[in-house]
Unconditional design. Structure first.
Length: 202
């Protein structure tokens, strides 16, 4: 049938096929580019933001514990309360920043919010422990303060770190999943477009 067609008809049909395949290539390319863009935006809006903010919390917690260590090294806390007060105020500032970071965390976190609740609760429960250590140190009871730091503060720091790490791991895994999805979409789109070009060239 095709052999009996006029040359003009063959050219018209061939041109029409090229147009259809070209349109299909454009449609497929655009569709999967949009999907990749959506996956990239999703990765930035959720795993990236969560990972960034929870690492900020983690950094502040470490800095707070370091400031508490400076307080424990103040052997003249009774005679020089201003030095102790400066460290205590820095701890409060760092704690406020850590709590602020939980606002975007709760807004963007896609996992079980119980993970965030546990981390936040552990940080909140840390304050009375710190306050008691600071009170003992301020009163000159340095041995009692050091004992409480080792027996109570140390284990509680490990608990905080454990809960924070759970959020960090979830955010990292989520980012990996978003990346794998984007790579699959890109690979499928590439294969389909190449197949369409092969049909066009045949």
């Amino acid at each position: 049938m095709f052999r009996n067609m006029k040359l003009s008809s063959k050219l018209t049909l061939g041109f029409g096929i090229v147009l259809v395949i070209s349109a299909a290539v454009i449609l497929v390319g655009t569709t999967y580019m949009n999907q990749i863009a959506a996956a990239t935006k999703g990765m930035f809006d959720h795993p990236y933001t969560v990972h960034t903010e929870i690492l900020r919390v983690q950094r502040n917690i470490i800095d707070m514990d370091r400031e508490l260590g400076y307080i424990l090294m103040e052997t003249d806390a009774v005679m020089n309360p201003s030095a102790l007060l400066a460290h205590a105020e820095e701890i409060d500032r760092l704690e406020a920043e850590a709590f602020e970071a939980f606002e975007p965390l709760y807004d963007r976190f896609l996992g079980d919010r119980a993970l965030l609740d546990a981390a936040l609760a552990a940080i909140e429960d840390w304050k009375p422990i710190r306050d008691e250590i600071i009170r003992l140190q301020r009163s000159g009871l340095t041995i009692q303060a050091a004992n409480m730091d080792e027996e109570v503060n140390g284990p509680h720091m490990e608990l905080i770190e454990e809960h924070i790490q759970e959020v960090v791991d979830f955010a990292r895994n989520s980012a990996s999943n978003f990346n794998e999805e984007a790579q699959r979409d890109a690979g499928f789109a590439r294969s389909l477009i190449l197949a369409l070009f092969a049909v066009m060239a045949a």
